[in-house]
Design a binder for this molecule. Structure first.
Ligand SMILES: Cc1cc2nc3c(=O)[nH]c(=O)nc-3n(C[C@H](O)[C@H](O)[C@H](O)COP(=O)(O)O)c2cc1C
Length: 245
């Protein structure tokens, strides 16, 4: 058996609706296998995440970004995770700038970090987005995460069926309150029930696929061990197995 590390990232500057849906997604993940799925929730609340300066120093110095803020901590968590679940508020029909800053720097610093080898990261990416409006930009966010997963050599996984076409989406019925979804959920409001169900299924399916991918990589490691693009993930799996035994 392999431990699956699930990192949930709530990219709102407050612990509000994104956090609420993320919580349900992480619960869905743990239900797959309470013993072997380890979840961690990260919130952007109070965090400083400056933009990429386009200096390309990270390419020269092993991936180290010269801007020192909360990027370094989150990058370590991201690199170590098997599943990354993003939960975002829609901002201006897209993802919040804070998270875009992180992703820009993550992508560029990877070039130096892996010494120009583009690793087959094999991480499973799931996404949840919610906004105040019904057609407020949730799909734009979800499509961004599909592109992000592809660009990072990861795999995007959605939830189940018609509740979750390309991930989970929700709206607060025009409320701007941080606890709008929680309130609507407790009142039994239909759209939030669907958003919660979809978030839980994103959590569940991403963990299931990660389990299969890790086990599959282990079984077939002989075939890929000499390919530098698989080295980081195969070494990570070997390290984790040593720690567990
Ligand atoms: C800067 C900003 C831009 C926003 N833009 C949109 C938008 O384009 N579409 C939308 O539906 N809601 C928009 N909203 C509303 C938030 O997405 C909504 O309040 C959400 O529930 C906040 O999530 P949180 O509680 O996790 O912070 C915006 C809010 C802010 C602060």
């Amino acid at each position: 058996m392999f431990t699956v590390k699930v990192l949930g990232i709530s990219a709102s500057p407050r612990k509000g609706n994104s956090w609420f849906l993320l919580d349900h997604a992480l619960e869905g993940a743990r239900k797959v296998d309470a013993e072997n799925i380890v979840t961690q929730a990260y919130s952007f609340r109070g965090k400083k995440m400056g933009p990429c300066l386009s200096c390309f120093k990270c390419v020269e110095n092993g991936g180290e970004c010269i801007v020192k803020d909360d990027f370094q901590e989150l990058r370590e968590l991201w690199v170590d995770a098997d599943v990354v679940l993003y939960s975002v508020p829609v901002y201006h029909m897209g993802i919040p700038g804070q998270l875009k800053c992180f992703i820009d720097r993550l992508g560029n610093s990877s070039v130096g970090y892996y010494n120009f080898v583009t690793p087959r990261r094999m991480k499973i990416i799931g996404a949840i987005s919610q906004g105040m409006d019904l057609y407020g930009g949730q799909e734009s966010c979800q499509i961004f995460f599909l592109a992000h997963a592809a660009l990072m050599n990861c795999m995007a996984v959605s939830g189940d069926g018609t509740n979750s076409y390309i991930g989970a989406g929700g709206w607060t019925r025009l409320s701007l309150e941080h606890n709008a979804m929680e309130k609507l959920y407790s009142e039994g409001e239909r759209d939030v029930q669907i958003a919660v169900k979809a978030a839980a299924s994103v959590g569940q399916r991403t963990s299931e696929v990660a389990m299969m991918v890790k086990a599959g990589l282990h079984v077939h490691q002989e075939k890929f061990i000499n390919d530098p693009r698989y080295k980081p993930i195969l070494e990570k799996i070997a390290r984790e197995r040593k720690c567990a035994s």
